[in-house]
Design a protein around this ligand. Structure first.
Ligand SMILES: NC(=O)C1=CN([C@@H]2O[C@H](COP(=O)(O)OP(=O)(O)OC[C@H]3O[C@@H](n4cnc5c(N)ncnc54)[C@H](OP(=O)(O)O)[C@@H]3O)[C@@H](O)[C@H]2O)[C@@H](O)CC1
Ligand SMILES: [K+]
Length: 514
């Protein structure tokens, strides 16, 4: 599912009346009606006339609210409008909609009118949408404070945001001081990017997407649109990506995945990756570790996984030949000899490659090796967490977190790699500029070994024939969805190996694939 930045929403806004021959007021009419419909649907069981307060700022977000007010009144609900102050200036459409509200004699109140929320069943936040700049202040902040105080006293009041909760940055997900958590956010066309990122995501409540009255994707295809696309990774998307299995398929058809990793005391990491690759459906899985770790690995690993060892570059090349996917890094350790060895291997092999953990460490700063990867025919997949990514790029963790989608996008384009930037949420960036934001996963996943499991799943899917970006998107979604299933019964203490064991069920039941 596509998600939109505020710049893209604005682009649509400008394209419609100029190139699309669709007046903005028409889009607004659809948006406002969508809000009214969502309120009626959410309160359907009560089946009665509602007392609705529409709080409208003076931009187009507020104007959407005024359309909703008009619509709800037509449907028989008790409606009043609250505006921040008596000054009735605002965007042209706000003024036009306000004139209609006044002509219809719908009450318009301000903060000076006392308890404006008294007896409200529903409060609609149309103060600010994608036009938010900076911090909340003045009467807008005061109105939000009064709304909060009202819902604290009357928690049954339904709080509904128009487009985004006021104060939420529609691009980054940052929230200004005073932003309220909503029960429902009714957004237009597609969710806004900031609603899929933390902390914004936790302020939206249920997200309902309402149409604008035309296929807005057409606007974004216009040659003057310079924005790269961003998507949300959902079960439907993954369902379309997972490999179909013919009845005649055998282990040779489902890919041979190789995991390279392990060091003294870190043998669990390649083991977890290899076993996850098995659960994700690889035809064959082999794990190779340094010679002195082989015995330990063999006593612990599941019988389905083949094992081997390596000591030099020739061994790594031999093991990786005729493999459909290779993942390198889990538990490798950081001693100088191994670091040089894997760095040489990674920068000289053409095999489909997933680079994780200590192999990312071995790369050092990306500017030193980046050009090697951009020369490859197929991109490598890199799976850093924030700390590893900070080291690769020289950026601070805070600056990455503040803008993870754009930072990931620029990295993937610059080095022509598929980047899986792990975190809440994990994002996948591809060399052509697409970024996909994962919608599955939970806080219970913050435990050692979880990344090794993810690497195994991605490598397994890569070996089964998915393209790099597809394997990365499907891998992160399945991994998170498997953990979400475990989260239903416990919020902490589930192990990466349990997550891996859940993956086949997610592939079958949630995604609906075989
Ligand atoms: N995209 C689409 O296709 C469609 C979009 N639609 C709708 O349009 C909305 C965007 O409308 P928009 O551009 O008019 O901006 P909006 O969010 O109303 O805010 C502007 C107002 O906020 C004020 N203001 C800003 N920051 C502030 C602060 N920190 N603290 C206080 N005030 C602050 C600012 O004041 P000013 O700076 O002008 O003094 C101005 O008055 C979008 O979210 C959606 O609902 C629909 O109609 C359907 C089609
Ligand atoms: K709003």
């Amino acid at each position: 599912m596509r998600i939109l930045t505020k710049e893209e929403a604005k682009f649509i806004d400008q394209w419609a009346p100029t190139k699309g021959h669709l007046p903005l007021a028409l889009l607004m009419e659809n948006a406002g009606r969508g809000v009214a419909e969502a309120i009626v649907t959410a309160t359907e069981e009560e089946n009665r006339s509602l007392d609705v307060v529409i709080v409208a700022g003076k931009g187009n977000n507020g104007a959407d609210g005024l359309v909703a007010a008009r619509q709800l009144e037509e449907w028989g609900h008790e409606v009043r409008v609250v505006i921040p102050c008596d000054d009735k200036s605002g965007s042209p459409l706000f003024q036009q909609q306000l004139a209609a509200i006044e002509a219809l004699e719908i009450p318009v109140l301000t903060l000076a009118d006392g308890d404006v929320f008294e007896a409200a069943d529903v409060i609609v936040d149309g103060l600010l949408g994608t036009g938010l700049q900076g911090e909340l202040q003045g009467p807008i902040l005061e109105l939000l404070d009064r709304m909060e105080a009202h819902v604290d006293t009357y928690p049954d009041t339904l709080l509904v945001a128009i487009d985004v909760p006021s104060g939420l940055n529609a691009n980054t997900g940052a929230v200004a001081e005073g932003t309220l958590g909503m029960d429902l956010t009714v957004t237009f066309g597609a969710p806004k990017q900031g609603m899929c990122l933390y902390p914004g995501k936790s302020y939206c409540g249920e997200i309902i997407v309402k149409g604008l009255g035309f296929a807005w994707e057409t606007a974004l295809l216009d040659e003057s649109n310079e924005h790269f696309p961003t998507e949300l990774i959902t079960a439907e998307l993954i369902d379309a990506l997972l490999p179909e299995r013919e009845p005649t398929y055998h282990k040779g058809s489902n890919g041979h995945t190789l995991i390279i990793g392990g060091s003294d005391g870190m043998i669990g990491a390649p083991l977890l990756a290899a076993e996850a690759a098995v659960y994700a459906g690889a035809g064959k899985v082999t794990t190779v570790v340094p010679s002195d770790c082989l015995r330990m690995l063999q006593t612990k690993i599941m019988p389905e996984v083949m094992t081997g060892s390596f000591g030099n570059l020739l061994h790594l090349r031999m093991h990786s030949s005729e493999k459909q996917a290779v993942a390198i890094g889990p538990g490798l350790g950081r001693n100088e000899e191994t670091t040089t060895l894997v760095k040489n291997f990674m920068t000289t092999t053409e095999v489909p490659l997933v680079i994780d953990a200590d192999a990312l460490w071995a790369l050092g700063h990306m500017d030193i090796v980046g050009h090697e990867f951009s020369k490859r025919e197929r991109p490598v997949i890199m799976t850093p967490h924030l700390g590893e990514f900070a080291r690769l790029t020289g950026l601070t963790i805070d600056s990455i977190e503040a803008n993870r989608i754009e930072v990931a996008r620029q990295f993937a384009i610059k080095y022509q790699v598929v980047l899986v930037l792990k975190g809440a949420p994990t994002v996948v960036a591809s060399p052509d500029g697409l970024v996909a934001v994962n919608s599955s996963g939970n806080e219970g996943m913050g435990t050692g070994g979880m990344g090794d499991t993810l690497t195994g799943i991605i490598a397994s899917l890569l070996g089964q024939g998915l393209e790099e970006v597809e394997a990365a998107m499907a891998g992160v979604f399945l991994h998170g969805a498997a953990a979400d299933f475990l989260y239903e019964t416990r919020h902490v203490g589930f192990m990466p190996s349990e997550v891996a064991r859940q993956v086949p069920y997610i592939m079958t039941e949630v995604v609906g694939s075989e």
